[in-house]
Design a protein around this ligand. Structure first.
Ligand code: DCP
Length: 648
């Protein structure tokens, strides 16, 4: 249910920027020959030509729609180019689109607080930038006005048979306008500039809505597409909402909107105006009633959250109809693939953004055959997230088994590969959430993310051992998974198995622990041996060895937790402790043998320059070359860009 937020009293300038036919634009940038041609992006599943998930504007002119399959699209537009979504691990791989979205966010965030709302949508709070412009360069004094701002669609302005451009010019240059409208004018100019910059630097066009709040800005951004912007002055709000179908309003497309239609006879947002706040609250509760009352008046106190990065990472896959998974082997196989992708993504997030995900959640859609209780849903399950592909895979499988047990009640599993006739899985997804920034670094270990015990924002230090920005206690996992597993397939054994990353392994007794025997020689050893950072004084680091990690010879004792159960809540270390493998980790075995493990890939290249010169080259040699973002320059008018010519 929507919740009414505190009203924001100050006048704000909010923009909602939405990329045009986003996946198509990304594909057209990858294959410039497709520019100007009718193009659509289809799901990798080739049944009937695949389902269309993005349709270019040239193809829309032929009547091609997103609801169509490729074969149908070809019927209405024989010359359409269908591009398949990239595939990895047997499912769509959206990384190329996510990365393209990030490029855009990087540009848009330069002018104000920026909230990444989806893969191709952003909210901007441009209030400060607009106030500054109004104070320093008021629009009516500008000699030249941004051409994109001049093409703005301004709602509620009497057109009087004038050209749209002329209307916008008059609106922009109106020195008698009130403060609110003048701020919106500045917002429109800033957004015009930003859209041009996005086009020049990324080759993508976008559309935007500019208003005093998020709700109105979002409504406006879709009104004139592609490559245009729409402004909602305060005076235009009532007229805009009066005829707006209730289901078109964000959060009213579902049950609440249907209830308003059937119970109160509300068909447009304007129809809501006839109901008092009390009446709406009587029907829908205090908060939702208040929210509806506000919506009817175009009031929305929702703030733009300063968030450039996604709140969570998720990987999912559906298995409709005959493709439903009916063996534990197939469930495990798909979970492994999904978890592998999730692991890569959270690892990359940690590497790039110093953020750590803390919660792993498994959702599944499962049906029971011969089920009278068909409404019962498979319960979603969560547990603390442990880094490392195998750990995530292992935990996700436990979560699935736990959910399945609960879902099926008294259930005895068939042996792993056996086709069961009791259940089928039609969707699986794994989500990493509660993503928090790690703290800064403050010792030699700062060169290797998150390793310094005394620097960890969340870790409990104990004898210099980091607890967990990365690892989580097993007790949490157990409580989430619940029960014993005797009636389910045995979980895979819990080895402290690492990924294939190379590790720098500092070993107290100096013995080589690597498989490939890639001993690091040279000054790096001396460097590390003389640095006993803010770790415990009990750690005497004397040698460094590059280790190509494989399964450890000393598996964790239970459940593969970050810590074994002998570790107390206050962090007292009594036995063997392991941290997750894909992060810099410390392995302490008893009190005799201590090892510091670092993933070479966790080394932040930007800190190499801070290392002593004699070891810089050596460390550089371990790292992969950095990728450089593509910044193609193109200067053009946004509207021209959409003309059908292919020669630009
Ligand atoms: N998308 C998807 N599956 C859907 C809807 C969208 O995979 N059912 C993807 C493809 C789209 C992208 O998300 O390119 C953004 O979705 P939008 O709804 O914003 O639509 P487009 O950007 O494609 O077109 P428009 O210009 O109408 O916004």
């Amino acid at each position: 249910m929507p919740i009414a937020r505190r009203e924001v009293s100050d006048v704000r300038v909010i923009a909602h920027v939405d990329m045009d036919c986003f996946y198509v634009q990304v594909e057209q940038r990858r294959q410039p020959d497709l520019r100007g041609l009718p193009t659509a992006v289809v799901q990798y599943n080739a049944w009937k030509g695949g389902g269309l998930i993005a349709v270019g504007y040239e193809a829309r002119r032929f009547g091609v729609k997103r609801s169509m399959r490729g074969d149908e699209a070809k019927k209405v537009c024989p010359e359409i180019h269908l591009v398949q979504v990239p595939v990895a691990r047997g499912k769509a791989n959206l990384n190329v689109y996510r990365d393209a979205g990030s490029e855009v966010v990087g540009i848009l965030s330069q002018r104000g607080r920026c909230e990444r709302a989806s893969i191709d949508e952003v909210y901007l709070d441009l209030t400060d930038a607009a106030e500054t412009m109004l104070a320093e360069n008021p629009p009516e004094m500008l000699e030249e006005i941004n051409p994109e701002a001049l093409k703005s669609h301004v709602l509620g302005i009497d057109k009087n048979e004038k050209e749209e451009g002329e209307i916008a010019r008059q609106w922009i240059c109106n020195s008698d306008a009130d403060h609110r409208d003048k701020l919106l004018v500045c917002g429109a100019i800033i957004v015009g500039e930003l859209r041009m910059q996005v086009l020049q630097e990324t080759e993508f066009t976008c559309s935007a809505g500019i208003a005093h709040n998020k709700m109105l800005a979002k409504l406006a951004s879709g009104m004139n597409k592609p490559a245009q912007q729409t402004v909602v002055p305060f005076s235009a709000v009532n007229e805009l909402l009066a005829s707006l179908p209730i289901k078109k309003m964000k959060q009213l497309g579902g049950k609440l909107g249907s209830s308003l239609q059937s119970d109160l006879g509300v068909n447009t947002v304007g129809d809501l105006l006839q109901f008092s706040e009390e009446k709406l609250q009587g029907h829908y509760g205090i908060n939702t009633g208040k929210w509806l009352w506000n919506v009817a008046r175009g009031i929305d106190g929702d703030e733009v959250e300063g968030r450039l990065l996604p709140k969570s990472h998720g990987c999912g896959k559906t298995f409709p109809g005959p493709r439903a998974l009916k063996t534990m082997t197939s469930v495990e196989r798909w979970l492994n693939d999904l978890c592998e992708e999730l692991s890569e993504r959270i690892q990359s997030d940690m590497d790039k953004n110093n953020r750590v995900a803390h919660t792993l959640t498994l959702h599944a859609r499962v049906y029971k055959t011969n089920d009278s209780d068909s409404l019962k849903k498979f319960p979603s399950k969560s547990c603390p997230l442990r880094y490392g592909t195998m750990k995530i895979q292992e935990d996700a499988l436990k979560l699935f088994n736990s959910g399945l047990r609960e879902f099926l009640g008294s259930y005895r599993a068939e042996s792993k590969g056996t086709m069961n006739n009791k259940w089928g899985v039609t969707a699986l997804s794994v989500i990493a959430s509660k993503i928090l920034a790690t703290s800064g670094a403050c010792s030699i270990l700062k060169y290797f993310q998150g390793v310094d015990p005394s620097c960890s924002s969340e870790g409990h230090t104990n004898d210099g051992i980091i607890q967990a920005t990365l690892a989580t206690s097993h007790s949490g996992t157990e409580s989430c998974l619940g029960g014993d597993n005797t009636d389910l397939p045995k979980e895979s054994s819990c080895e402290e198995t690492n990924s294939n990353h190379s590790k720098l392994n500092l070993n107290q007794d100096g013995k080589r622990t690597n498989k490939r025997n890639n001993e690091v020689s040279g000054p790096i050893l001396r460097y590390f041996s003389t640095q006993s950072p803010s770790c415990s004084s009990s750690q005497h680091v004397s040698h460094a060895i590059i280790q190509d990690t494989g399964p450890s010879s000393t598996p964790a004792t239970d459940g593969c937790s970050g810590y074994n159960q002998s570790e107390s809540q206050n962090g007292t270390q009594q036995g063997e402790t392991r941290l997750c493998n894909s992060s810099p980790s410390l392995v302490q075995h008893g009190q005799e043998k201590q090892q510091w493990n670092f993933n070479v890939e966790d080394i932040d290249p930007s800190v190499i320059g801070e290392l002593p010169p004699e070891i810089q080259d050596e460390v550089r040699g371990w790292l992969k070359p950095l990728k450089h973002a593509k910044t193609a320059k193109r200067s053009s008018n946004i509207a021209q860009y959409f003309l059908p010519s292919r020669d630009r």
